[in-house]
Design a protein around this ligand. Sequence first.
Ligand code: CMP
Length: 861
Amino acid sequence: MNDIFTNCKLKNGFGPSVQQTAAAPSPTKRPLSPDHPNPALPITETPSPAMSRMGWALRTLLVADNSSCLKDRKVSGKLIRKCAPGTELVDWLVNLAPIVHTRAQAAGMWQALVEEGVLTHVNKEQPFKDKCFLYRFRLDEEGGAPAVGIPQAEDQHAANEHIREALSALFQRGPDATLRMILRKPSHERTSEELELVFEELVHIAALSHLSTSIKRELSSIFVFEAHAQAGTILFNQGDEGRSWYILLKGSVDVVIHGKGTVATLKTGDDFGKLALINDAPRAATIVLKENNCHLLRVDKEHFNRILRDVEANTLRLQEHGKDVLVLERVAKQRGQHSAFKYTVMSGTPAKMLEHLLETRLGQSVGGMDPFLDDFLLTHIVFMPVVQLVDELANYFHCDTHEDAQTPEDREYIVNFKKRVIQFMQKWVMAVRHAAFEEPSVCDFIEDLAAEVEADPDLNEETSIVHNVLTQMARYQEDRNQNAGQKWKLPPNGQPICLFSGNATPSKTVIRPDDDIIFRVYCADHTYCTLRFPMHTTAELIKACAADKLQLNRGPEDLCLVEVRSNGERSVFKDNDVSIPTGLSLNGRLFVSVKDHLDALTQLQEQECPTEGVDIDLEILSTKELAYHITLFEWDLFYAVHEYELLYHTFGRHHFGKITANLDVFLRRFNEVQYWIVTELVSTPSLSKRVGLVRKFIKLAAYCKEYQNLNAFFAVVMGLSNMAVSRLQQTWEKIPSKFRKIFQEFEALIDPSRNHRAYRVFVGKLQPPLIPFMPLLLKDMTFAHEGNKTSLDGLVNFEKMHMMAQTMRTIRFCRSRSLGLEPPSPKSEGEVRSYISSFRVIDNQRVLTAMSQKVEPTRKL
Ligand code: CMP
């Protein structure tokens, strides 16, 4: 990429010929006035040799003809030499050539001569018409032909010969010339027969094949024909406002992009220029004519918006060097926007998507976040690592470094682009917050950016944006320094405990990759070692260190790190997995084992027992207070989860080498609450106490719902629906019907059928702050991941990224307002707080069911 930028000729990467054309038009260039085409004027700068010769031959025969219509005539008092009315020229041609059957055919042939300037209307006001308008040959106009006298016999002979050979070529050009003539007339001057003629032609143009007949008919009256004589002419520049859409009828054009040069060549039948109109964005490329005499059909913006914008083709593909680089698809727009449709990115190369973003989604409004930009910022880590993104941005920002001479237009373009890069940075920080500052390359880039913005008077307005980003970065770094050396301990069960934190409010502590965590690793005989490692340490390193400490005397290739759950299930970690201790299940234990002896691993006895917790009589605690403190506690856990953790979790932490510790802890908490409910109930022998507890837990679910802590609500209701609880018939029989009804409503709300429809409808009506049911968000992420490929034909499947970003945005929405719950009576605050932060839990279903059997043996029938 650096090379491309270094080689960039800022004048759109054009070669010298283009620059020359752009800067100084050739002196012979005759303005063809494409904006206001005039069918009376030629479409070429000079006649082609074939048409010149044809003109000479026809004139020679006309002059030789005794009854010639070519006469000197007086027009408005002025003598015009050798001119003839259109009607007589048509008569003469019909008589001359047996292939010409109709007057219209003859008129078309004369028009073919008019459009190359071989024949002209005497006042240059009319195209060729089978009417009494006077026309004359260019030869007579320029005085290049003998004014009087009959042509020599040999000339007549040569002219006759030429006509015999070449007339059919002129005959064939007639219909096209007529068509071009119609397309250069203002639409109100086009007759219905002429519109029919145009319509019949449009049917054969590939770029229009997807359009309906009625739209093609409408287009017949508004298409404008444009001819450009000179190769190298710039039709429009990248960054210009989009005014028209084009179809190439003849010739070819180069698509040129700043910093890249020519990325594609478009040929006859291709169309271009739609992107800017559809997206209301500046031109994404410069279009340069590759050949002389290119013919184009043009639709101007107002007509495009009226007729085409909403019926455009569903898919738009942009190519560079013969390969697709961006695929856009038409989607319905939100209400209130001035068109029903717009194009959105379906897939693309990372670099092209970034370019498209910078060109189309930034620069216009500094306000809200564009959805495509937001999707990109939330998911780019999947397809474009931060280092690459920073590299690309730096290249865009420094694209002028190697340029000496810059025109004012170039400078304007460059300054504009720099502004976009700065805005991108601002939105990046806004979208992902501190995660943007975690890479040193980003911080370096921001500092560079700030220095350059300060030094560049053109970027004055951007200084405040950059300062704002710098302030946020400084705050992040300060916070990071303050919390450096954070230390955690993973108790045998429950949540990791923060042993040391620089944070004044330890409950708000985020687990960071270089925080240390203390945990145990067991081996098959249940001896263990205690290790302390940073959170981002790989399984491979933990394995090696544990094996050493436990004196396993085996090479790392023979060993693996395994979790043994409380039910005896084992799962092996990948060597490059990170945040291992937090990833364990509630009562799981970490083992290092010889690969071949995995079967010998058994769970520890303590794993089947309840985890340690504060011993308290639940009955005396206020249920509302319980719900309140559970919600505060879980809000902090939820708040610490970064949206990126969902991506790491879904794609696999090992792909990114990034920890998911905060998400792990939050998910662990869900299971903790759920199994706490079950554990409490099955370990309460007294029936009346159990009944009291079930009532309390139903009330707890109700309060959690009221506090919009849906994660805890689900956990409590799922705990109550657990098989070990639902089978407690005697208990449920004693629950008042009012409570049972409420519980049934709760069960309906967590009903997973129709993809959790009941919950989705319910939560869709809530306003933040709220704690969502996290497992469902993860299910949505997994669904999007497993159901869609990340890469399609070598392009990033951005539709998938969009789906994932939608879920990640849900998290952002839930936290978009801070939690400000009214505290219930604070009488036993400290006690409740320490109780809810670590519950007594058994998470082995077999053990729970056995305990349930014990408190309420199955009734014999
Ligand atoms: P627009 O942005 O309106 O103007 C430039 C046009 O070039 C653009 O629409 C596309 O129609 C066309 N084009 C073709 N290939 C590319 C490409 N690779 N990148 C950008 N524009 C392209």
